[in-house]
Design a protein around this ligand. Sequence first.
Ligand code: M6R
Length: 610
Amino acid sequence: MCGIIGYIGEKKVIPILINGLKRLEYRGYDSSGIGYLMKKKVIVNKAAGKISNLEKLISDYDEDTFIGIGHTRWSTHGAPTNENAHPHFDGGARIALVHNGIVENYRTLKTKLKDLGYQFTSETDSEVIVHLISYFYEKEKSLVEAVRLALHEIEGTYGICVVSSLEQDKIIAARKGSPLIVGIGENEHFVASDAPAILEYTNNVVFLEDGDVAEIYKDHFNLKSLANQQIKREVEVLDLDISTIEKGGFPHFMLKEIFEQPESIQNSIRGRIVLSAGNVKLGGLEHVLDDLINSKRLILTACGTSWHAALVGEYMLEQYAEIPVEVEYASEFRYRNPILNRNDIVVAISQSGETADTLAAIRESKKRNATVLGVCNVVGSSIARESQAGVYIHAGPEIGVASTKAFTSQLAVLALLTVLIGRRKNLSFGYGEKICQELLNLPKKISQILQKQNEIEELAQQFYQAPNFLYLGRGYNFPVALEGALKLKEISYIHAEGYPAAEMKHGPIALVDENMPIVFIATKDSTYEKILSNIEEVKARKGKVIAIASEDDNSIDSIVDHVIKVPNTLEMLSPILTIIPLQLLAYHIAVKKGLNVDQPRNLAKSVTVE
Ligand code: M6R
């Protein structure tokens, strides 16, 4: 969380910084700020709230300034106020810093610095870094040296950018635990937390690694380690198009991403299915395939929506790849004593590839000698790079804070993994082929569901004022109930619970009355009859039932209050279809409530703090 942008070159910097911040706003939107060098001074503008508030402060976008840094904040230490917004200054307003991460020992450092006479103007942990840099600058008279020495004092995580009136020809950037890339243009360089911020200027980037300190000039940059050793990193060319990070006519990124799912699923499976062999090919796993086949247990670890995908993966892998699976909240995993055996494989699932909890879980697993595989969306992300092998889901950039297309692509990739392992075990050619064929059929079926948008919008109109919702499902669709409830909670602020439908009678049924909307995922699969009984139990207590049902189910209409039909598919793939109406329902409810769908309160797209 928090987004960072930096620029040095021949273009006027203010529009580049503001533009970059807008592209990074999904990482946090509590406050924003920019700092640039002009007339031998560092000028800082910052404002609480959205970037639009910052824009109001800027009187002239055309100022002659060609070096600057910017920040969009997701608050951790200190309220979202002007004072706590970045950049932060040193005492003499000569050095300005933006920071993404958490300085865990900031209290100790702050006390020491205060004792030395340094004055703090914010409640943030970040401000200690800039005062430390200033402290070391007095001794070293070199900005990069001062940054390096300051970072030696920091416990915790950081991605930082620093500019200074003391050395006006450079930006210093460094990372540990928070992502940063350096973009390379012609006579210009960029720094950013994430590619979308700079994609319209360059596709050539260097991914900084933990411990890297970059001294960035207009026409070159120099990369060293914290220990002052020279480092060489490859320039990578991003295969991303600017149109993929724009709204393309949709009112919100979330809606655009929901509607992209026929294509994103296609991209997730493209080139990976070998229909004639009833099998799949996952290049990134080839060198660990034998380990996978021989492993005694898979541990799927993730957070939020990705954790829900992992739960579906557990059902798939246990049923068709015959491998025991455990699903772990990454945030809990390392705070107990996870017993990892020699033949265990840990699979980390993450859209962003930057989630701090998931990263911590994979580092813990590696410490315990487990093989770690990554299932990520963002190419070159930390989790992707720290995993020993992995698969990209290729869903394309997901900007809306509520994850949608990444979820369905994660499920598609977990299905591919299931076939890959299953076919080396007892999964027959025939069934392998059936799964593969059905994966290929999914984009068309998703398009059919998307055509029901108006129907779902009408439903949203009826229910958007409900204070609570229950989501119930069984088997493969129990995780869909969790995910449907999460989508509603995060963007509409309506309290929603997801439960296994059969658990309802053990407690949640007490909540049911004529005011309670209950969404049942009730497709015709192995638990259909049981689900029907659960629906009857709710109807007997006057609950309002919305069912997601199979297209050929004609009898359910008379039992429930509302029904949305989805095309038939294999049970293991049904979550890829049943979640779509729930994404649309949450979206339209939030829109009817007049809420900011893409930037729900208190959330950030990429949660890079533990
Ligand atoms: O990037 P990741 O998949 O690791 O993110 C995990 C969660 O933070 C994320 O899924 C979160 O729950 C989303 N806001 C859900 O819509």
